[in-house]
Design a protein around this ligand. Sequence first.
Ligand code: FPP
Length: 245
Amino acid sequence: MSQPVASQALAPPPPRHVAIIMDGNGRWAKARGLPRNLGHRQGVDAVREVVKNCRKLGIEYLTLYAFSSENWKRPESEVSGLMDLLRLYIRRELAELRRNGVRIRVIGDRTRLAPDIVSLIEDAEAQTRDNRTLTLVIALSYGGQDEIVAACRQIAEQVSVGKLAPEQITAETVAGNLQTVGIPDPDLVIRTSGEQRLSNFLLWQSAYSELVFVDKLWPDFNASDLAEAVGEFQRRERRYGASGE
Ligand code: FPP
């Protein structure tokens, strides 16, 4: 007879934190002769599906790379289209996210965002602060190098006012000055569209993340692709620099 309890106990744990580089919206639209912004709009449907399916897979934290610090270089119409989608997503989904126990956190450079978006974000964070089912981290106007530079400045200030000695600076000091303070490092980073790079995403935090590259374009990514990436993660051996013996 099979022993489901024993075999379940041996199953590797799912990733606690999954971070996703949602790439390929533009190519999805181009392949259909549509404007790029329609690809982004379709990408929001994939966001909804992934958020909905995280808890079923045991994921506690989901970080989505919605807009990078480099994305400001895109044409004005595309930038404003993306900002409109973010406004719409927060306005339309907030009530349901709240009901489903989702806590929202936004990381990135808020000084470059329109004041109404900053207010929407602050409000969404405040309204969902006590939720614990899933933490949804939205990286918006975010760049990993900028984040590390800002942390260095904060630490340098603490040193210059005598609150900290240079020899007291550790990896924990740096992590504690990043915007992701309090959020565990991502166990799994997924990038869609077949591209294989990090593009300035969670550079410090992904030091030991497993990377999974999926050939599908982001708007085509669905619940079973997420489950497959999680399965791939569970088949990997994480060694954190040790020998595995
Ligand atoms: C990359 O595809 C995708 C983006 C720059 C934007 C991602 C944004 C969304 C999916 C919608 C808003 C997000 C939330 C959380 C509501 P690309 O345009 O670089 O695609 P390409 O490489 O094919 O051109």
